[in-house]
Design a protein around this ligand. Structure first.
Ligand code: PLP
Length: 494
């Protein structure tokens, strides 16, 4: 049988459903092949900045093009310019990955194309979101006082949490703003020096200014120093400032350290300060029974953010804000609806009341499909395995004379560095050479295309980060990257 001739778009209307079916099947085959052969591709895109742009036409096509020409360009142009986050040897940043049920959820959400601004505009999205977030709350062992709401990213979730906290300060900021107000004292947010930069961005976005953020030092294990927090709050109060929000992190970005939430709680309660917990990365681990303790103290926090798009195999993006005071969040963001948005339904949730967005994507669908497909135990088993692999890798580092572990490994992130004997007595010179060596190792591994890691600075030391979180990563891949690291070290020592 001959293949039907390639079609371009009809004069009006969408692609025919026959064509849609044909290309849809092809595309699913393409994705299955992509996963089957992902390990043949270099993890890090092997292109120079501007390479892709140079190959793309500068202006759009006046006439539609056949779908197979577009799909051919995915192979020819797009794939070589991808850094493959779904590659099982992607160990950089926080390694995360999509999963088949999550991809199906995205596909369906795109087909439904609902804008969940009001209950009426997407009852399915609104109600599925409420139910699936209550499932996740139970999975993480968070108490019933929390209600969840989905945003795109943790940066946005935290920004909304801080906005709700600010609303609780009762300074009529919603009505009168912050600028030009001599009656408004400096409002302060407290984070550890290891908190994610998204908190600083939130503070900037909310008009609190960088002066409105106070960074608290950490202890030897990179956890917020609670005594220093107390002292900072006391000092700020003496200076007439208003401390209104503490952000504790469970699973910091550099090292995955855990701030002592349970010890911070009494400070927040005594001073009536909102406690927001950034568990964007590690919150997912709380679904593993033996890890549930990591959220100890959160039963008395005001809000918690967790990112299923990080470690629950849900395609980017999906972040969940759990909040005890949705009323404050709504007070910060809801407006009496304009006439064109008025509806008759009572006692329903209208998503747009809880944030700056009007239309909201149907994100709950993919999370619902992921949880149903893998089950709670299946998801927990995968996270547990990642943590086992990380501990195994850390044990190799510890046993080797040439490497050292640089931070505790509570989850599936290992911070380490090469520390061979350089035979130099000068400490400063040794430190400098080790930084250069580790940077070269990182680069060398990336250039092989076989694995990708990232780095951080701890103290003044350049440190390598190996993060395990991809659903396809197995012991084989972890062994491979360990071999690669040792090969690079050998090469560079010559
Ligand atoms: N908080 C922590 C602890 C993170 O590690 C990250 C990202 O890695 C974020 C927040 C920001 O996440 P997002 O990209 O969802 O805004």
């Amino acid at each position: 049988m001959t293949e039907p001739a390639p079609q371009t778009a009809p004069q009006l209307g969408d692609m025919t459903t026959d064509e849609f079916r044909r290309y849809g099947h092809e595309l699913i085959d393409w994705v299955a092949d992509y996963f089957d052969h992902i390990e043949d591709l270099p993890v890090l895109a092997q292109i120079e900045p501007g390479d892709l742009k140079a190959q793309l036409p500068a202006s759009p096509p006046a006439q539609g093009e056949p779908m197979n020409a577009i799909l051919a360009d995915i192979d020819r142009l797009v794939v070589p310019a991808l850094t493959h986050w779904v590659h099982p040897s992607f160990f950089a940043y926080f390694a995360t990955s999509t999963s088949a049920p999550g991809i199906f959820g995205e596909l369906l959400a795109a087909a439904f194309d609902n804008k969940a601004m009001l209950w009426r505009t997407s009852p399915a999205s609104t109600e599925l979101e409420e139910v699936v977030l209550d499932w996740l709350r139970q999975m993480m062992g968070l108490d019933k006082g929390y209600e969840g709401i989905i945003y795109d990213t943790a940066s946005v979730s935290s920004m909304h949490a801080i906005a709700a906290a600010r609303e609780g300060v009762e300074k009529r900021i919603r009505e009168e703003g912050m600028s030009g107000r001599p009656d408004l004292p400096l409002l302060r947010v407290y984070v550890s020096e290891h908190a994610h930069s998204s908190i600083e961005k939130a503070v900037i976005t909310l008009g609190l200014g960088q002066r409105g953020l106070r960074k608290i030092p950490t202890d030897s294990e990179f956890r917020m120093d609670v005594r220093a927090l107390e002292a900072a709050i006391d000092e700020d109060k003496r200076n007439g400032f208003v401390p209104f929000c503490i952000v504790a992190t469970v699973g910091t970005t550099s090292t995955s350290s855990i701030d002592p939430v349970a010890d911070i709680i009494p400070i927040g309660e005594r001073e009536a300060i909102w406690l927001h917990v950034d568990a964007a990365y590690a919150g997912s681990a709380a679904i593993v029974p033996e890890f549930q303790h990591i959220l100890k103290g959160c039963e008395r926090a005001d809000s918690v953010v967790v990112n299923p798009h990080k470690w629950l195999f849900t395609p980017f993006d999906l972040s969940v804000l759990y909040c005890r005071h949705l009323d404050l969040l709504a007070r910060a963001f809801s407006l009496v609806p304009p006439d064109y948005l008025k509806t008759s339904e009572q006692h329903v949730r209208n998503g747009s009341d809880y944030g700056i967005q009007l239309g909201r994507r149907f994100r709950a669908l993919k999370l619902w499909m992921v949880i149903r497909y893998f089950g709670v135990e299946g998801l927990a088993a995968r996270i547990r395995e990642h943590c086992r692999l990380a501990r195994m890798f850390a044990s190799w580092v510890e046993e080797s004379d040439d490497w050292e572990v640089m931070a505790p490994v509570p989850f599936a992130l290992v911070c380490f560095r090469a520390r061979p004997d350089l035979g130099i007595s000068d400490e400063v010179e040794t430190g400098h050479r080790l930084d250069v060596l580790n940077e070269a190792i990182l680069q060398g591994v990336a250039l092989t295309g076989k694995a990708l890691m990232s780095q951080t600075k701890l103290g003044d030391k350049f440190v390598l980060r190996l993060s395990i979180g991809n659903i396809r990563t197995t012991e084989k891949h972890v062994r491979q990257v360990w071999e690669l690291l040792n090969e690079q070290l050998k090469l560079l020592r010559r």
